[in-house]
Design a protein around this ligand. Structure first.
Ligand code: PRP
Ligand code: MN
Ligand code: MG
Length: 178
């Protein structure tokens, strides 16, 4: 980014951890009968969330990744979701949980869910840590949501601003200072 900014904490690491614990209980109940749950992380933003989430899920799981990108380094969605890396494994007849960091316009996660649905999984659910409903352009809601947030530019816990700040342990909001 060519503008100077600071990051103000919006959701603490502790609050995120507590929310993940609660969500995990619901997910375990939903998939209690599974022989194996395929947990799919959407790269790159979900890498921190999926790491914390799967460690709370004492279920038989498998981890896979799919890379979808719509923003690149831009601040606005291109509305065109590109699959840059597909899943390693087949999901037909399987239980699948798609893990995403944030739903904004909704293009990314709805596109991925439609794509995976066409592969005929037994059960397909999605979870997003953050949801910005005020920005939605397609009619879509994840099955589980960590936090609903206002229309702020957020970073951290996997989420980037032009590829930076993904390693911030909390969710912060960007405040430009120039
Ligand atoms: C970001 C974010 C979500 C998506 C949400 O990904 O991680 O995947 O945008 O926006 P949407 O609901 O408007 O589609 P990005 O394309 O920046 O790729 P990244 O995960 O590699 O940062
Ligand atoms: Mn993403
Ligand atoms: Mg991004």
């Amino acid at each position: 980014p060519d503008r100077a900014y600071v990051i103000d904490e919006m959701i603490s690491a502790k609050a995120i951890a507590a929310r993940i614990e609660a969500l995990s209980r619901e997910i375990k109940a939903e998939f209690s009968d599974t022989d194996k749950l395929v947990v799919v992380g959407l790269l790159r933003g979900s890498f921190v969330f999926i790491a914390d989430l799967v460690r709370e899920l004492d279920l038989p799981i498998e981890v896979d990744f799919l890379e979808a990108s719509s923003y690149g380094n831009a601040m606005e969605s291109s509305r065109e979701v590109r699959i840059l890396k597909d899943l390693r494994g087949a999901i037909e007849g399987r239980d699948v949980l798609v893990v995403e960091d944030i739903v904004d316009t909704g293009y990314t996660l709805s596109h991925v869910i439609n794509l995976l649905k066409s592969r005929k999984p037994r059960k397909l659910k999605s979870i997003a840590l953050l949801d910005k409903p005020s920005r939605r352009e397609v009619d879509f809601r994840a099955d589980w949501i960590g936090f609903e947030i206002p229309d702020e530019f957020v970073v951290g816990y996997g989420i980037d601003f032009a590829q930076r700040n993904r390693n911030l342990p909390c969710i912060g909001k960007v405040r430009f200072i120039d």
